[in-house]
Design a protein around this ligand. Structure first.
Ligand code: HEC
Length: 88
């Protein structure tokens, strides 16, 4: 199976467990079971990240765009840190 996220900056900043991309996303999930026991937290993080992405898309100034993108990166990485499987 090919690595579908080749070239995404995410790969450089988010260390992935070995073999993660060999799994079949049609049959398996990369989500940690913790996601389902802390669903309200997951949902709030997803909503906040979506808002940040929206703000970035509407930014009029370079500085604002950079700030929102930096914030978004933190949202991606912190949620993956909590809710991506780490044991395989
Ligand atoms: C609210 C939590 C959360 C946020 C915020 C989040 N992710 Fe994720 N991400 C996940 C979870 C959970 C999975 C695993 C989903 C699955 O396998 O069902 C995932 C999976 C992924 C994958 C792997 C998908 C695949 O099938 O190969 C990529 C790439 C990814 N996220 C990129 C991002 C980027 C880029 C951002 C920020 C713009 C982001 N994510 C923000 C929770 C999040």
């Amino acid at each position: 199976m090919t690595d579908r996220s080749d070239g995404l900056p995410l790969r450089r900043t988010n260390p992935r467990p070995a073999g993660l991309f060999e799994r079949d996303p049609g049959r398996d999930t990369y989500a940690s079971p913790d996601l389902f026991t802390n669903y309200a937290d997951f949902y709030a993080r997803a909503a906040a990240a979506a808002k940040t992405a929206y703000r970035a898309s509407r930014a009029q100034q370079d500085g604002d765009f950079k700030r929102y993108v930096a914030e978004l990166r933190v949202a991606c990485d912190s949620c993956h840190g909590l809710y991506l499987k780490s044991d395989q």
